[in-house]
Write a protein that binds this ligand. Structure first.
Ligand code: PMP
Length: 434
């Protein structure tokens, strides 16, 4: 049983063993949650856990932030489902304005869905319809979702795309500057990746057939690899030159997580389409794509919509989330706490040689567990996260072997909580190293 897939059904204990959840829906931990508050989750037996997973980067304002809870509760009593292709509603309209204000210059039109994958597909449809071109270039290791087209755009690992081929046609995969993986410098990896991109445009998909390049400016599921300025600007330049659209998937790295509101802004590029979800509504299912009105208008009528998109409660929660991000200066806090966490984890790297390297930005940090010669050690990473769980600290893993321990606390995390998490992880690492 590959350890990275989590618990075998028979290994489920207590509450979880007694019910009828699909055996394929496994949990990374043994925890069955009763409630959450800020950076903490409390299980059904009353045990408290520091949650440095944030529901895979979703609970940006922490669990059950009082402002978000109040806004959602008030909206539930007003209207829950004001179906957005039947009627408009205020929380949705106000959210389009609030989002447009945060978007890069010129991006002023927003369309909603429920999940990240749906919005990735909406971006794909728009790019194809607006350009009249079929092909999409994605970057090696990117994760864009699990629905059929989104899985076809995903190369972070075969577990997302095994057993249901063929994938959607029209996707070309170009290298991402994974300097650590290649054993090169960032400059070498970047020069290689841009050279290969040019090669792909000459050998596999001519610019005139290429609708868009789709990229996570900081890769998530593959292993917390930030791109860099030279690479992102290289993409933007080629897109400009050939009329190809640049789409940034900001679903995991956006909304303040990397210490800037949008992760692409670290690299001084302006995308044509921004995709957002996760942190957008503090846990309510909501996602969006944004583009200039001129670009959005080139899509076909009826190509955006769905039953549940822009749910009124989710939109009210999203407005409250932005209010909290502003009033509590959460983007600044993410940058500040991210630096502190990075510094503390670097200290641990000195002490525990199995921590081969640390990557990431802000509160999106990944710890690569490997032995000599960079052999990934998913087994050790799994023991680390289990030992951390026993210490009351929840962490997730990612990477093809589950070899990366990832740190993504809520943007509200305090310095005391960062220190407490590192202390708990240190005890876990001491046990695993012993
Ligand atoms: N893109 C990125 C960068 C993601 O991290 C994810 C989710 N992990 C998705 C797309 C897919 O989002 P969802 O699971 O909401 O469909």
């Amino acid at each position: 049983w590959p350890i990275r897939y989590g618990l075998r059904p028979a290994e489920r204990t207590g509450e979880m063993a007694m019910h009828h959840l699909s055996p394929l829906l496994k949990q990374a931990s043994q925890v069955c949650v009763d409630h959450g508050e800020g950076s903490w989750l409390v299980d059904t037996d009353g045990r408290r856990y520091l949650d440095f997973t944030s529901g895979i980067g979703v609970t940006s304002t922490g669990h059950c932030h009082p402002t978000v809870v109040a806004a959602a509760q008030a909206q539930v009593g007003r209207v829950i489902h004001a179906q957005y292709t039947t009627v408009a509603h205020r929380p949705m309209l106000e959210l389009t304005d609030a989002l447009a204000e945060r978007m890069p210059e010129g991006i002023d039109s927003v369309a909603f869905s429920n999940s990240g994958s749906e919005s990735v597909e909406a971006a794909l449809r728009l790019a194809r319809q607006a350009t009249g071109r079929a092909n999409i270039i994605v970057f090696d290791g990117g994760f864009h979702g699990r629905t059929m087209a989104a899985a076809s755009l995903t190369t972070s690992g075969t577990k997302v795309r095994t057993g249901f081929h063929p994938m959607m046609a029209g996707v070309e995969v170009s290298p991402f500057p994974h300097a650590y993986r290649y054993g090169w410098t960032e400059e070498e990896a970047t020069a290689f990746a841009l050279r290969e991109l040019d090669h792909i445009l000459k050998t596999r998909t001519a610019p005139s057939d290429t609708a868009a390049m789709l990229i996570e400016p900081v890769q998530g599921e593959f292993g917390y690899y930030p791109a860099n300025k030279a690479f992102m600007q290289g993409l933007a330049e080629r897109c400009r030159q050939h009329g190809i659209l640049l789409i940034c998937d900001e679903i995991q790295a956006g909304y303040g997580r990397t210490g800037r509101f949008w992760s692409h802004s670290h690299f001084d590029v302006t995308p044509d389409i921004v995709i957002t979800a996760k942190g957008l509504a503090s846990g309510f299912p909501l996602s969006a794509i944004a583009a200039s009105e001129a670009l959005m208008s080139k899509g076909l009528a009826g190509s955006q919509g769905g039953t549940y998109g822009a749910n009124a409660v989710a939109c009210a929660a999203a407005l409250a989330t932005l209010e909290v991000i502003d009033s509590e200066q959460l983007v600044e806090n993410a940058a500040h706490q991210g630096e502190l966490l990075n510094e503390r984890l670097h200290g641990l790297k000195e002490r525990f040689p199995m921590i081969d390297t640390l990557r990431g930005k802000g509160l999106m940090l990944g710890m690569e567990i490997a032995d000599d010669f960079r052999t990934p050690r998913g087994d050790l990473a799994a023991r680390l996260t289990s030992a951390a769980e026993a210490q009351g600290l929840l962490l997730l893993r990612c990477g093809t072997e589950g070899q990366i321990v990832r740190w993504l606390p809520p943007l509200t995390v305090s310095s005391a909580e960062v220190d407490e998490a590192v202390a708990r992880f240190t005890r876990a690492a001491e046990q695993v190293a012993a």
